[in-house]
Design a protein around this ligand. Sequence first.
Ligand SMILES: [Cu+2]
Length: 186
Amino acid sequence: MLTTRLRPAAVVAASLLLTLTACGGSEDDAGAGGSGDMAGMEMSAMNDPDATPADEVDGDREKGEFVVLDTAPPGSDEVAGEAFLAQDDSGTTVTIRLIGLEPGVDYVSHLHDAGCAEGDGGDHFKFDPDGGDVPPNEVHLGFTATEQGTGQATVTNDQRVEDGAPSIVVHPAEATDNRLACADFS
Ligand SMILES: [Cu+2]
């Protein structure tokens, strides 16, 4: 029954996503996003606009398609997008691109340690299971949705996640216990 909770992302998303790469990079003034994971964390640790996107990294690449979770807030039906996980000699790169978000709202995303059908992604992936819950021990992405409701982020980490992070989950930054969408890498 768990799989029935996941709905495929809209196919129309694909063409819209192609336009996203041209309009990012101007959302640096995210401001204080409340008391969630964003507080006290450098935005640059959650989004590196200068990094090579994961889908362009020359290495082992996996792709996932976001599906809206049943735990998403009302009005999230249009959320869709893609996630890419790349690993090479210099570590791990993750890129996400989404549409259908609430304009101007801050979002955070984490690599998770279980598939989307297993408890909506399980817990945060950690390189050191006994280590802390912020980067670089975890992989976090953050961004502010544009006026068009699009958003994207890329982060790098100098360690390889190997096969420890089968999914990625997007949350509203103000309610990181709220799971909006999940993508399984394959
Ligand atoms: Cu998460």
